[in-house]
Ligand binder design. Sequence first.
Ligand code: ATP
Length: 367
Amino acid sequence: MSNPSLLILPGDGIGPEVMAEVRKIIDWFGARRGVTFDVSEDLVGGCAYDAHGTPLADATMAKAQEVDAVLLGAVGGPKYDNLDFSLKPERGLLRLRKEMDLYANLRPAQCFDALADFSSLKKDVVAGLDIMIVRELTSGVYFGEPRGIFEEGNERVGINTQRYTESEIDRVARSAFELAMRRNKKLCSMEKANVMESGVLWREVVTEVGKDYPEVELSHMYADAGAMQLTRWPKQFDVIVTDNLFGDLLSDLAAMLTGSLGMLPSASLGAPMENGRPKALYEPVHGSAPDIAGQGKANPIACILSFAMALRYSFDMGDDATRVEQAVEKVLADGLRTADLLGEEGRAPVSTSEMGDAIVAALDASL
Ligand code: ATP
């Protein structure tokens, strides 16, 4: 069988810095676990614009379609602020998502014990939290037509359209049920069926898909009530599935329960390829953080945990994904902190590469 293939797109700002630490983990798997990835690296975002005049070259797009998984760092930076909309670094990322048709965005909100004090919520509310939000990513109100700002009588009207087909709901619901099957078999679907027809259809289709997953306990909640419940007692949830707009809000809300942006991974999955693996793009939730780029201050954990998600969801290496997550847990429990995890504490932070080295050492110790 051929080696698992991975396209690495470090991107801009702190992207290359955090990706260098992921490279150490990949090398560790080759040296210590006998798992060799076929890794290729390319440009996306501002650096691609600098080299090719476009935020994502066609050849890079083609490569992304061929590999088992894409791992991206971050794109953007002030240098590119004045570029035409179509050339902005973020367009490279949007093109990847669109052409790979990545419709299920997985955003875990997991609270490592050592960081429970860091949350804005009480420690007992977040300690041990481990939930997953599945956001529909390619349809809904961000894409529906008609859209625009139009003249109507003597004033303007701004229009966006919430639109979901049955098949769009069906496929993201299936992704969420599959995930629930691998976790605690609990799925909560969130919409606003009380005031939106698209929500009524959403609820109907999710319920119908649920018949194929009788082991999963399915519940429904209005999205506004869901937001309240997420802050009141988030541990009542396992997997949450919701549309693009509500998912945008709820996944950010859930993520911040756990503390720093530097800790948050994500995955965007599409339809299964010929080899049965889903099309997949993994990336940290944070951006290119131009304010700290090039200073060795970035926390590499979000990107490392994104690679762990790739191990679990693209490469069927769930045990190894857990091994990486436990190594992260171990270094945090040992007290290592990058600057973003220190808050007002007087302790000295570790650098990006020191954090990566410590995680590799914890992996060594796990064997
Ligand atoms: P974007 O619009 O691309 O998401 P943004 O400016 O809204 O960008 P980030 O680039 O994620 O968001 O940065 C927000 C803040 O969080 C910045 O102060 C940044 O330094 C900090 N930050 C983001 N990622 C990390 C990280 N991995 N380690 C440390 N600090 C980080």
